[in-house]
Design a protein. Structure first.
Length: 346
């Protein structure tokens, strides 16, 4: 029976912690599960809840920080300093695993030793609402060569994965190391790419986890599009620096992702004009970012569209929405084509 070590970092999520731990222990038959809760000096009752859960089940361990160390250090403490089973999972205390998720992932990796991590669907739910019933009967699986999957991420300048739905081969996690502390918001994207540089990637067409949306999500902090793109750029460039020697087409990947990041920045600037939000969106910063990423940005069609909008002005552009909406739809459809395919197993 495969062992899966589940690391649950917690900061002020005491009210969700019991549900998270239960999802890892009570609905995962066929695997040997251990859980480590790491309370990062919460100011609520998280540590108290964690110790009660550990007292009730000897499969649960607790570490409580006296001072806050931040999420990256906490992740790495669990994954590199504690996890030692066949496979490992990192899940935030406000999320949950779907029933049977660990067995499905473990069985796949047991059968395919070249697969470094497995992901599936993450079902979103909101606040204190109960999540919808998961789809737990697999509709198939797909295994991609890691370099191919990584290339698609570079092509889309995106990561495709939320996080709680991922199960990683522990030996590979130890091989590539921990999360990058320089990437506050996109360390997870960089991690999936780094893992894929050294192993194949598998997708199971089934619900593997529940991802909770609420006001305290870290993703809420990324409302500034320029910050988001800057962090994404840092993630992709970190992978190129650390894994370039094992990527035969690193130079091409660099050009592809920087061009796509430039396009995304110009797209965001363009939409600011369409929505009359140039007073709230850092348009000049987005344009400067685009040219830093890819000096040939002026050759992109979206740059020409931006120039037209600048000429028309932010006051008039919102009234022209009906005339440009069809073009917007085509752009969005193209932008998410690979995202949909990789989330659904092609």
């Amino acid at each position: 029976m495969s062992r899966v070590d589940v690391v649950i970092p917690c900061y002020n999520y005491g009210r969700f912690l019991g549900e998270c731990v239960s999802s890892a222990l009570d609905d995962q038959p066929g695997v040997d599960v251990r859980v480590l809760i790491i309370d990062d000096a919460s100011t609520d009752n998280s540590a108290e809840v964690a110790h009660k859960l550990a007292a009730a089940d000897d499969r649960v361990d607790v570490r409580a920080h006296e001072a806050n160390r931040g999420h990256i250090a906490t992740f790495n403490e669990g994954l590199l300093g504690w996890a030692g089973g066949d496979y490992c999972v990192l899940i935030s205390a406000d999320d949950r695993l779907a029933p049977g998720a660990l067995r499905r992932a473990a069985d796949l990796m047991d059968a395919h030793p070249d697969v470094g991590f497995v992901y599936g669907n993450a079902v979103e739910f909101h606040g204190d609402e109960e999540p919808p019933a998961p789809r737990t009967e697999s509709r198939g699986q797909t295994i991609w060569p890691g370099h191919w999957w990584l290339g698609q991420c570079f092509k889309a300048a995106s990561g495709f994965i939320f996080s709680p739905e991922v199960v990683v081969r522990t030996s590979l996690q130890h091989q590539v190391g921990g999360y990058n502390p320089d990437l506050y918001h996109t360390s997870d994207v960089e991690m999936w790419l780094r893992l894929a540089a050294y192993a194949d990637v598998a997708y199971i067409c089934v619900d593997q986890a529940f991802y909770r949306r609420h006001d305290k999500n870290m993703s809420k902090e990324l409302s500034n599009r320029l910050v988001t793109l800057t962090q994404l750029r840092g993630a992709f460039e970190a992978v190129l620096r650390q894994c370039g020697e094992v990527l035969p087409d690193a130079a091409r990947l660099s050009d592809v992702v920087h061009r796509q990041l430039a396009r995304k920045a110009l797209w965001s600037a363009t939409r600011a004009y369409d929505r009359g939000r140039t007073d709230r969106v850092p348009v000049d910063g987005l344009v400067a970012f685009a040219f830093e990423c890819w000096p040939g940005a002026q050759r992109l069609g979206i740059y020409r569209s931006l120039q037209v909008r600048r000429w028309i002005g932010p006051t008039i552009m919102p009234y022209l929405q009906p005339f440009i909406w069809s073009a917007v739809v085509r752009h969005v459809q193209g932008r998410w084509r690979w995202h949909r395919r990789l989330r659904r197993g092609m």
